[in-house]
Design a protein around this ligand. Structure first.
Ligand code: ADP
Ligand code: ADP
Length: 221
């Protein structure tokens, strides 16, 4: 599993150059993208998720050109944006069942199995009957992970997931990421150096839309 980002650039309509000829290769496991506010983290995440187009550059995952092949991308990608989702008044369990139906899982039994599994991985099984709207920020973030895991993605992108979480919620969230990072490529961005030190075997520091350094947390920070 390898993500290859080549010469990625993006200048917004207001003249801000958010990505500046960025090159990066990311292998399997937990990868941390560390950078201060305004470094270009969200721009990079949104570009990998193909929510926005770069002005130039390419992104490949396992040989698939993800900027061109949206159908393949949808099969492999899970993306958790920085903003909390807004949900209808339904329990976590019912909502996940609904998302699984949208995904095309017709068998109720099959849906029950996968919904239980993602609730357990994200530590939400105990609160599955509660409305997601009433969840705390950290629980909503974990619900977002549960939702994206329904697709069984190989590439998971999580944008500043710990921003605004209290220490206990942050730990619970990092534990969930640690677990899903054992079988997948997980890229997460943060401005907190401890996040990457605790979690990642590999990391890069982003600033001014460029990679400043890359390596193990020990090497790169
Ligand atoms: P593009 O050149 O890619 O079309 P725009 O500059 O037109 O980008 O902005 C796209 C959207 O992002 C607009 O809705 C705009 O309000 C919003 N936006 C503008 N500046 C910022 C900013 N600094 N951070 C986040 N969003 C912004
Ligand atoms: P980070 O996630 O590291 O805080 P961003 O990618 O959000 O960085 O922002 C990088 C730079 O691009 C910042 O200067 C930001 O204000 C600007 N920016 C981000 N999104 C937009 C947008 N849609 N339109 C215009 N400027 C943007």
């Amino acid at each position: 599993m390898k993500l290859k980002i080549n010469n990625l650039s993006k200048t917004y309509g207001n003249g801000v150059k958010a990505l500046d000829g960025l090159n990066l290769e990311i292998g399997a496991g937990m990868f941390g993208l560390l950078g201060p506010n305004g470094a270009g983290k969200s721009s990079l995440m949104r570009t990998i998720a193909t929510l926005q187009q770069p002005d130039s550059g390419t992104i490949e995952f396992d040989g698939i050109d993800i900027l061109k092949d949206q159908i393949e991308l949808r099969k492999i990608l899970g993306y958790l944006p920085q903003e909390f989702g807004v949900y209808p008044s339904m329990s976590a369990e019912d909502l996940l069942d609904y998302f699984a139906r949208l995904k095309g899982i017709a068998s109720k039994k099959e849906r029950e199995t996968i919904v239980k599994e993602v609730l357990e991985v994200t530590n939400l099984y105990e609160v599955r009957k509660k409305h997601v709207n009433g969840y705390s920020g950290g629980m909503k973030q974990r619900f977002g992970i549960a939702q994206l895991l329904l697709n069984n993605p190989k590439l998971i992108i999580v944008d500043e997931p710990t921003a605004g979480l209290d220490p206990a919620e942050r730990n619970r969230f990092l534990n969930v990421l640690r677990e899903i990072g054992t079988n997948n490529t997980v890229i997460f961005s943060t401005h907190i150096v401890e996040d990457v030190k605790e979690l990642c075997n590999e990391m890069a520091i982003l600033n001014g839309g460029k990679i400043l350094s890359k390596g193990t947390p020990k090497e790169a920070t």
